[in-house]
Design a protein around this ligand. Structure first.
Ligand code: KG4
Ligand code: ZN
Length: 339
């Protein structure tokens, strides 16, 4: 059983031998809309309320009974501390009651593992582009649970999802921003405004990411007198194009620099339609195999945590100690968290 509660989604999933047996997801997103962002205390209370019912519906979906659960994995970090604590406490209670091992896992390793549920085990070497609300990184991955994960680059400031959320607010589009921008961009012209591609100059780090300058460029564009012929949808499409162009270009370059022929794109922003389309185009042209999970498995869910837990169990990894706590910011090096 995988338990996810790092942000505003309460996710429970069941995975056995790399196969997703069933899952359930509850979201408190509606309660955050009027604040324009996730309010940690509200998210935590919603997790407390949703946790047991979500476990029950996921068990039903999987056609399992409690006594058939062999191990419990839980997101121990990174994420909102108050939200993480709910999942960790619930997972501990379940593991204790069932007498099964508990695994604290890294949320981002879970995002990467989500892809294995649809495309099977990762090859010996792959480049993983993580684009989420809190992180944007290029990772060199050999084995998700056996070998330490090497960071080729991490964003210098905002994450890609954060940029989508902030730009959506600037454009007056509803929270969460990513899906709103994606939707608006469908009827916009992506060439309407040429926003600068961040960190793509000859002196910039080739694989570096930075999105706060791009967000400011959109803010400046909107503050200046503008061509009445350019709509909100055009600006959304142009901003989205700048992000998609930058992340896909750098991800393909990372594969080439590392001599790796598989690219995996995961995290909430991997649900973005333009990033998916452009990545497909560019990977095909470069002879790189592209793996992107379906959108539902890109955004936070319990199945991805069950997937990484299942990999740890099958690898014979040591369970985490029963005194494990939540860690709101912990760099991704190993999939397993805790002593
Ligand atoms: O991975 P995730 O569900 O949560 C974190 O771990 O952060 O990612 C959430 C982020 C949010 O910033 C959201 O706006 C963004 O993913 N997102 C998208 C799309 N769907 C979700 N961004 C762009 N296009 C989308 N379709
Ligand atoms: Zn996430």
């Amino acid at each position: 059983m995988g338990v996810e509660s790092s942000c505003d989604e309460t996710g429970i999933g069941f995975v056995r031998d790399g196969v997703l047996l069933g899952e359930s997801l509850a979201s408190s997103i509606e309660e955050h809309v009027r604040f324009g962002g996730v309010v940690p205390e509200i998210a935590a209370r919603a997790h407390v309320q949703a946790m047991v019912p979500t476990m029950r519906t996921a068990l039903d979906d999987a056609g399992l009974a409690w006594h058939e659960v062999g191990a419990v994995a839980v997101t121990a970090g990174p994420g909102l501390a108050t939200a993480l604590h709910v999942g960790v406490a619930a997972a501990k209670a379940a593991a204790l009651a069932l007498g099964v091992p508990l695994y604290g896992v890294h949320h981002l390793a879970g995002h990467a593992a989500a892809d294995t549920l649809v495309h099977g085990p990762l090859p010996e070497r792959s480049i993983v582009l993580i684009v989420s609300g809190g992180h944007t990184s290029l990772l060199a991955v050999d084995d998700l649970v056996r070998t330490p994960i090497r960071h080729l680059s991490d964003t210098l400031d905002d994450a890609a999802g954060e940029a989508f959320d902030k730009v959506a607010r600037l454009l007056g589009l509803p929270y969460p921003g990513g899906p709103s921008v994606d939707l608006a961009a469908r009827s916009g012209d992506r060439d309407a405004v040429r926003f600068t591609r961040p960190l793509t100059g000859s002196r910039d780090p080739a694989l570096g990411f930075s999105f706060s300058g791009l967000k400011s460029a959109v803010a400046r564009y909107l503050a200046a007198p503008r061509d009445p012929g350019i709509s909100t949808e055009d600006v959304a499409a142009s901003f989205q194009e700048a992000v998609a162009d930058t992340v896909t270009r750098k991800a393909v370059l990372a594969c080439q620099l590392e001599g790796v022929d598989t690219l995996v794109i995961v995290g909430g922003v991997a649900a973005n339609s333009r990033i998916r389309a452009l990545a497909e185009e560019r990977c095909a042209a470069a002879g790189i195999e592209l793996r992107v999970p379906p959108p539902r498995l890109c955004t936070d869910n319990g199945a991805m945590i069950a997937a990484i837990g299942d990999l740890l169990v099958r690898e014979g990894a040591r369970p985490s100690s029963s005194s494990i706590g939540a860690r709101s910011s912990v760099p991704l090096e190993l999939a397993r968290i805790g002593e």
